[in-house]
Design a protein around this ligand. Structure first.
Ligand code: RB5
Length: 148
């Protein structure tokens, strides 16, 4: 299950990605926004990131104009690894090296086809583990105040 959220800057892309995900047989939780009217991105980033953080959903996708605001919000949540990506290589690395559980996109930065491609790459890639797991463990230690 994947939670999807955007502000007005990402609304159109969110709708397209929702169709892509449903076409792949993935259950989607649409956390809004529901139209192109101006809203505040933290209100929607919070909805998706809290669901990923609690384990209610496995993954999330967040979109705002640049993706910057949403990535700042999402990474405040324990256990969230939100990756702002702008090209296919970053989308692949976000999973293979960082095991990102939230993909963040800029609706005013990417064309729809490129964004859809990046989402597919992220979904299809596999976390490599090994030395990368050790690095993620350090991030978990940071979250818990146990980093040495
Ligand atoms: C909204 O105008 C814009 O600031 C927002 O979509 C996003 O780009 C913030 O990072």
């Amino acid at each position: 299950m994947i939670a999807l959220g955007s502000d007005h800057g990402g609304f159109e892309l969110k709708e397209s990605l929702q169709e892509l995900l449903k076409g792949r047989g993935i259950d989607v939780v649409d956390c809004g926004t529901d139209n192109g009217n101006s809203v505040d991105y933290p209100d929607f980033g919070e909805k998706v990131a809290s669901k990923v953080s609690s384990g209610e959903v496995e993954k999330g996708i967040l979109i705002c104009g640049t993706g910057i605001g949403m990535s700042i919000v999402a990474n405040k949540y324990p256990g969230v690894r939100a990756a702002l990506v702008t090209d296919p290589f970053m989308a692949q690395m976000a999973k293979e090296h960082n095991n990102a559980n939230i993909l963040v996109l800029g609706g005013r930065v990417l064309d729809t086809d490129s964004a859809r491609k990046m989402v597919s790459i992220w979904l299809d890639a596999t976390f490599e583990g090994g030395r990368h797991q050790g690095r993620l463990d350090k991030i978990t230690a940071l979250e818990q105040g146990l980093y040495k």
